[in-house]
Design a protein around this ligand. Structure first.
Ligand code: ADP
Ligand code: MG
Length: 694
C-alpha cells in the first residue's frame, strides 16, 4: 500500500539519514555516514512514504522508563535522562569508551558506550536521551545498548517497535527517522471503505500506522497490527477473487461430457480399484469438466498416492469427447516415467505419445503431424510441448505435473494452444502437500483436492536417523541383507545447492567408493543431473530391470523413479534437505509388497529429522515444517508464488485470512466492478494487477 495518494511523494531528507557527524577518531575508525544513506537505499526507503510504510516486524516490551535511583544491579533498564557531562576514552587500541554522567529527577548515574565514539559528539551536555541497557551497579552505572535522542524521547520506553534494519541503519535510528516525520502520518490514505472498517472494527489507517510505530497505550499496538494485517490480506484476497471472477466470466472451456465410452471400460481393466480419495477426486474433476467454466483444480497428493490415475481419468474424458489432452512434466525423467505409467494403465486403449527435447527429429515430426490433425488424443512431455511448432486440433485439457516447477508464462503458453476462443481445463498436480492454513494464499485461485489415503497394499516405511561410524556400518549391513533377499537400494548423495556439477562429481565419487568398499559384491549404478538424458535413461533401465542392486543418485530421483522392488533408501547429510524433500525422496521406496527402510544419516536430535522418523503423513509433516520454519520459508516462497506479507503472519493470522477472504467476496458481490466512490482506491489496487480493465 502506498502511503499517500499524491504522485509526488516527498523525497526523504538525506540529512536525516546521515549518522551524526563523526569525530576525527570516528573517521579514523572508518565509520562512514554515507553508508547510512546506502543502507536506506537497500531497505527501499526513498521517500517519506516509504519510511512510514516501513513497519516494525515485532515489538519489544521495554517496560516503563524507571527512575535512576530505583534501579537495581543486573536490571535491564530504560531510563529517560539528561546528559550532564560526556567524554571519550581510548583505554586500548581498538577499544573506545564514551562515558557520560546523566541524571533525572531522582538522581545521577554513569552511562557507558563501547566502541561508538560518535556518541560523544552527538550527546552534548543538556541533551535529553532515552537510554536502554544493563544497569551494572551504582559505581559502574548503565552499559548502554540502545539510545535515542529527543526533546520528546518518550517513544523509546514502553513497547518499542523493532524494524527490519541493516548494519549501517539500525532499528533505533529508523525509529528516530520515523519519529521525525510523524506529523505526516495523519495524511496517509485510507483504502478500506467505512462499512468494512465498521464491520471488522478496524481503526482507520492513519491511526493504525501511527500506533504501530508509536504505541502508547498497552493494547493499541495489537489492534493496529491487526488492522494492517487485515488490510494486507484483504487486498490480496480481493485481487485473487477478482482474478477468479474475471476468468469465470470471460473464458469458456469446452464442456466435456462423461459418456463413459472409454472410461468405464478402462476402469475395469485396472489391476486395482480406486481409493476413496481417488474416486472423490475423479468425481470433482468430472463435475468441473462438464461445465464451460474452465477448470483450475489442484490435485495434491504425496508421492505414490496415485495422482497419475486420476489425471489419466480426466485425460480420457477429453478423448471420450473426441478432444485432446496433454500432460506436462518438469523433467524428461518424469515425463518418461509418466508415459510408462500411462502406457501400462492404458493397455493400448488410446494412442499416446511422448514429446521431449530429446525426441528424435523424425519422430517429433510425426507426433506434431498427428497432434495437429487430432489423431493423437494424448500427449505427454516436457517444456518441449510449449514450443510454437506444437499445435493441437482440439486441446481440451492440460495436466501440469509438479506445477510449481513451471513459471506462470510457461503454463499460459500451453493453455494458449486450445482452439480459437476456448481455453482448456487445467489440472495442476503437486506432490508437495501444503498445510491447509497456507493453501488459500499459495493457491489462491485454484480449487484444491487432496489425496491423503495411500493405495492399499502399501507397507509403511520405517525411518531411522543414524549418526556415527558404528551405526553407519550396521546400516550398510542391513542394506546388503536386503539385497541378498532380492531387494534394491537407493543411496542419495548430499544436496549441493550451489552447483549441480559439484553434486554430480560427489555422487560419482560416492558410487566408485561404495563399489570398492561396502557394496564390493553388489552392482552399483549411478544417476545424476549432469548425465545426458540417454545415460540417465540407461541407468534407470538397469536399476528398474534389476541389473543393478544399488543406485547412487543425486536429488534427481526426488521425482520420477518407480521401482517397487527397491526397499532401502539411504540419504547422506540428510540435514541439507528440507522436510518435504526428504519425505518425497523416501516416497521412492515402500512402493512394493516389501517392508521398507529409510536411513537418514544426520543428527538424530534435529527436530526436522526426528519428525520424519515419527511421521509418515505428508500433510502432518508439512504442518510441522511450517511450525519449525514459519510460513515465509516453507517450500521456498518464491517458487510457490507465496505472497510475502509484511505485517500478516501465517499461520497465526489464519482466522484473519478467512475473514479477509469472505469480506473480499462480499465486496465483489456488492460491487463487482468496484464502481462505488468509496471503493475507488481498492479499484486502483485491483486495476494495477490488470484484473479489471481500467
Ligand atoms: P503419484 O503420481 O501420486 O506419485 P502414481 O499415480 O504414480 O503416484 O501411483 C503410484 C503407483 O501406485 C503406480 O504404480 C500406480 O499404478 C499405483 N496405484 C495408483 N492407484 C492405486 C490404487 N488405487 N491401488 C493400488 N495401486 C495404485
Ligand atoms: Mg507422479
Amino acid at each position: 500500500m502506498r502511503a499517500f495518494a499524491s504522485d509526488e511523494q516527498q523525497p526523504l531528507d538525506v540529512q536525516l539519514l546521515s549518522l551524526p557527524r563523526p569525530s576525527e577518531l570516528a573517521r579514523e575508525l572508518d565509520v562512514k555516514p554515507k553508508r547510512a544513506g546506502q543502507a536506506a537505499e537497500a531497505l527501499g526507503l526513498h521517500t517519506v512514504g516509504d519510511l512510514i510504510e516501513h513497519f516494525p516486524f515485532r515489538h519489544e516490551d521495554r517496560g516503563e522508563a524507571r527512575p535512576i535511583a530505583a534501579l537495581s544491579p543486573g536490571e535491564d533498564a530504560t531510563v529517560v535522562a539528561q546528559v550532564r557531562r560526556i567524554s571519550l576514552r581510548r583505554p586500548r587500541p581498538r577499544l573506545t569508551m564514551v562515558e557520560a554522567t546523566v541524571f533525572d529527577e531522582s538522581g545521577p548515574m554513569k552511562a557507558t558506550w563501547f566502541n561508538q565514539p560518535w556518541v560523544a559528539d552527538r550527546l552534548a551536555p543538556g541533551t535529553r536521551v532515552v537510554l536502554h541497557g544493563k544497569f551494572q551497579n551504582a559505581r559502574r552505572g548503565l552499559t548502554v545498548s540502545e539510545y535515542e535522542v529527543g526533546t520528546d524521547a518518550s517513544h523509546s520506553a514502553g513497547v518499542v517497535p523493532v524494524y527490519p534494519a541493516t548494519e549501517h541503519l539500525k532499528s533505533p535510528k529508523i525509529r528516530e527517522l520515523v519519529w521525525s516525520v510523524r506529523d505526516t502520518i495523519r495524511h496517509v490514505v485510507e483504502p478500506l471503505p467505512a462499512w468494512l472498517r465498521v464491520a471488522e472494527r478496524l481503526p482507520d489507517r492513519a491511526a493504525a500506522v501511527d500506533a504501530v510505530h508509536f504505541p502508547e497505550q498497552e493494547d493499541e499496538e495489537p489492534a493496529a497490527r491487526r488492522r494492517l494485517a487485515f488490510e494486507e490480506l484483504f487486498l490480496f484476497e480481493l485481487t485473487v477473487a477478482a482474478r477468479r471472477r474475471a476468468r469465470d466470466e470471460e473464458l469458456t472451456a469446452p464442456a466435456l461430457e462423461a459418456t463413459g465410452e472409454l472410461v468405464d471400460g478402462w476402469l475395469t481393466t485396472l489391476p486395482f480399484s480406486l481409493t476413496g480419495d481417488q474416486r472423490a477426486a475423479t468425481e470433482a474433476i468430472d463435475a468441473d469438466l462438464a461445465r464451460e467454466r474452465p477448470m483450475q483444480r489442484l490435485l495434491m497428493g504425496e508421492v505414490g498416492s496415485g495422482k497419475t490415475v486420476v489425471a489419466l481419468h480426466a485425460m480420457l474424458r477429453a478423448a471420450e469427447n473426441g478432444r485432446q489432452a496433454v500432460m506436462m512434466a518438469p523433467t524428461e525423467t518424469l515425463a518418461e516415467q509418466h508415459l510408462a505409467t500411462l502406457d501400462r494403465l492404458l493397455g493400448g486403449h488410446v494412442p499416446i505419445a511422448l514429446l521431449t527435447g530429446s525426441t528424435p527429429a523424425a519422430r517429433r515430426r510425426e507426433i506434431l503431424d498427428r497432434s495437429a490433425s487430432g489423431e493423437l488424443g494424448l500427449v505427454v512431455g516436457t517444456h518441449a510441448l510449449i514450443e510454437p511448432a506444437v499445435v493441437f486440433r482440439d486441446l481440451a485439457l492440460v495436466v501440469v505435473d509438479e506445477q510449481h516447477r513451471f513459471g506462470v508464462r510457461q503454463r499460459a503458453a500451453l493453455e494458449d494452444k486450445a482452439p480459437e476462443g476456448l481455453v482448456p481445463h487445467v489440472l495442476h498436480m503437486t506432490a508437495t502437500p501444503i498445510p491447509r492454513t497456507l493453501q488459500r494464499t499459495v493457491y489462491g485461485d485454484l480449487d484444491v483436492t487432496a489425496l491423503r489415503e495411500l493405495p492399499a497394499g502399501r507397507r509403511p516405511i520405517q525411518t531411522h536417523v543414524v549418526d556415527g561410524a558404528r551405526a553407519r556400518a550396521r546400516a550398510y549391513e542391513r542394506a546388503r541383507e536386503e539385497i541378498a533377499a532380492g531387494r534394491q537400494v537407493f543411496v542419495v548423495c548430499p544436496l549441493v545447492e550451489e552447483s549441480e556439477a559439484l553434486q554430480a562429481k560427489a555422487a560419482t565419487r560416492e558410487a566408485e567408493e561404495l563399489q570398492r568398499t561396502e557394496f564390493r559384491d553388489q552392482r552399483v549404478a549411478l544417476i545424476h543431473g549432469q548425465m545426458s538424458s540417454r545415460d540417465k535413461q540407461e541407468a534407470m533401465r538397469r536399476f528398474a530391470e534389476r541389473e543393478a542392486d544399488v543406485l547412487v543418485a543425486t536429488s534427481v530421483i526426488e521425482v520420477g523413479i518407480d521401482v517397487p522392488n527397491a526397499s532401502v533408501m539411504m540419504i547422506e547429510a540428510a540435514e541439507r534437505y528440507g522436510i518435504s524433500q526428504l519425505h518425497q525422496l523416501r516416497g521412492r521406496i515402500g512402493r512394493g509388497p516389501h517392508e521398507s527402510l529409510c536411513i537418514l544419516f544426520g543428527d538424530p536430535k534435529l527436530p526436522r529429522l526426528r519428525a520424519l522418523a515419527d511421521s509418515r503423513d505428508g500433510f502432518e509433516l508439512a504442518t510441522i515444517d511450517l511450525d519449525i520454519r514459519g510460513a515465509g520459508d516453507v517450500l521456498g516462497t518464491r517458487q510457490h508464488g507465496m505472497p510475502l506479507f509484511r505485517v500478516a503472519r501465517l499461520p497465526d493470522d489464519d482466522e484473519l485470512l478467512e475473514r479477509a477472504h469472505s469480506r473480499a467476496e462480499e465486496l465483489l458481490d456488492r460491487d463487482p466492478r468496484l464502481e462505488a466512490a468509496e471503493h475507488a482506491l481498492l479499484r486502483g489496487v485491483v486495476i494495477s494487477e490488470e484484473l479489471i480493465p481500467a
